[in-house]
Design a protein around this ligand. Structure first.
Ligand code: PLP
Length: 493
């Protein structure tokens, strides 16, 4: 360092930034413009993808032009990625990203607020607090509850889970979890196994409760399990309800589960990562509305609020319990007012400004806008179900919230459905169809296995999907189905 003015290699001049930024925004706008006409997936092998980025190259010694790098990176990504923003992306529970969220992330990174502490991000902190409050309000959750944004549904569930443990066992020294038990339906997302292991519960603590034909937890089985454990000296810690299971969108009997929790003083946590936001609908079911009775809720703005990844949210009914679980500081006062330091409300220390993209989305469309989009996603799932139901080439299995499950059944197998051999063939066939669709890039669906039956699964958390897309699905799937079945038959004869 000899010169008075520093010239750091990572910096860009404002002129360079402006021109690279404009070029990038143009590339993104072109992507959005052409979204419908491209394939959902590029269908490339891992080796091919690695070669696209010159994956085995050594770390560069010298740098390169940022504008060129951005242009090239954008081109590579845009030509070869899976697009969950595509109207025919209906896999997993992954939403189409809201355009305002894309721009919000650029803005958030530019201000680069550290939303761990109030001083480092005063405006960002207030925006996050308002976002959390609005999310609670959408779900009819108490207005004086607490919450925090995290990276996704898993983390949000962990925050609720850990808060429950800290509430029951406040002192670190004598936390004996050997008799603690946790209850959830057998359809619960796999975060629950991770949570039990991460937070030190014994392997045997998790009671997976049987579900009915609609994949909902059976209340009498839950009551029996809790009573049995209490009689045996166990200490029921938490009951977990699903507000929309990940495979079929089933909603557990949440109000009855809440009653049982009150009766036995058990923490009630709800995993609403997928379906929770549907509780904002005017015609939400009584079961779904039971969400407002939970002690903690996990909900995913990067699913049904269409925020770009990552944005999850944990809501905790009791502010003090939430703070007690994560805070190792006295409350912080700013000009005589209590200020929120998000470091005291979750596991993270430095925290990004993920609230901005969620907040701007909420402000852009309001409650009515989200009600309309979520309602439309659900209506589309039903429209697909009705078409499949009326179509001889398919069996329509379930439709809950915006998830439709079904399978393709070729003519040749229709009369022997239910026989073990046919069922095995249908499972293999539908699995292969899923792979063929993915390769083709015409449509992306995932799968659900319900009582041993392999089903194709369409989940609409996509504001770009239209009725026209749903109308095209049966023919697309049947065309691939016939081809895959023909191939399977040649292979076996
Ligand atoms: C998606 C999902 C999760 C996990 O959420 P991530 O955001 O992927 O971490 C948990 N539970 C349910 C019901 C989900 O749909």
């Amino acid at each position: 360092m000899t010169e008075k003015h520093r010239n750091a290699p990572i910096d860009m001049s404002p002129a360079e930034f402006r021109s690279a930024g404009h070029a990038l925004v143009d590339q993104v706008a072109n992507l959005l413009e052409g979204m419908r006409d491209r394939r959902v997936t590029a269908g490339l092998s891992p080796t091919k993808v690695r070669s696209l980025i010159d994956g085995d190259a050594k770390m560069p010694e010298q740098g390169a032009s940022p504008q060129q790098l951005l242009t090239d990176a954008a081109a590579t990504l845009m030509q070869n990625s899976l697009y969950n923003g595509h109207p025919k992306f209906l896999g997993y529970v992954t939403s189409s990203p809201a355009p305002i969220g894309m721009l919000a992330d650029l803005l958030a990174a530019s201000v680069n607020s550290n939303v761990g502490s109030y001083v480092l991000g005063p405006v960002a902190t207030e925006i996050e607090s308002q976002t959390v409050r609005w999310i609670a309000e959408l779900l009819h959750y108490p207005a004086d509850s607490s919450g925090v944004l995290v990276s996704g549904g898993n983390q949000a569930n962990f925050v609720g889970f850990y808060t429950a443990i800290r509430d029951r066992y406040p002192r670190d020294g004598d936390r004996d979890l050997s008799k603690a038990t946790v209850y959830a339906s057998s359809e619960t997302h796999t975060w629950i196994e991770k949570a039990c292991a991460m937070f030190g519960l014994p392997k045997t603590a998790l009671r997976l409760i049987q579900v009915d034909n609609g994949q909902r937890l059976i209340m009498s089985e839950l009551e029996r399990a809790v009573a049995n454990d209490i009689a045996n000296g166990m200490k029921p810690l938490m009951i977990v309800g699903s507000a929309g299971t990940v495979s079929t969108g089933a909603v557990d009997p949440l109000p009855a589960m809440a009653d049982l929790c009150v009766k036995h003083k058990i923490w009630f946590h709800i995993d609403g990562a997928y379906g929770g936001f549907a509780a904002m609908l005017d015609d939400a079911s009584a079961d779904l509305r039971g969400l407002s009775r939970a002690d903690s809720v996990a909900i995913d703005p990067h699913k049904w609020l269409y925020a770009p990844l990552e944005a999850g949210c944990a809501l905790i009914r009791d502010k003090e319990k939430h703070r007690a679980a994560f805070s190792y500081h006295p409350p912080y006062y700013h000009f005589d007012e209590e200020a929120t330091n998000y470091v005291d409300l979750g596991p993270q220390n430095s925290r990004g400004f993920r609230a901005l993209k969620v907040w701007l989305g909420l402000k852009q469309v309001g409650r009515r806008g989200y009600q309309q989009m979520i309602g439309d996603d659900i209506a589309l799932a039903h429209a697909l179900y009705d078409r499949l139901e009326a179509d001889d080439r398919f069996e329509a299995h379930t439709v809950n919230l915006s998830i439709t499950t079904f399978r393709y059944v070729p003519d040749e197998l229709r009369t022997t459905v239910g026989q073990a051999e046919t069922e095995a063939t249908l499972n293999a066939l539908n699995k292969a169809i899923q792979g063929a669709l993915e390769q083709s890039g015409e449509l992306f669906v995932s799968n659900a296995v319900v009582r041993g039956t392999y089903l194709l699964r369409s989940c609409v958390v996509n504001f770009r999907t239209s009725l026209g897309d749903m109308e095209e699905i049966p023919d697309i799937v049947a065309r691939h189905g016939a081809a895959v079945f023909a191939e399977m038959q040649t292979a076996t004869t």
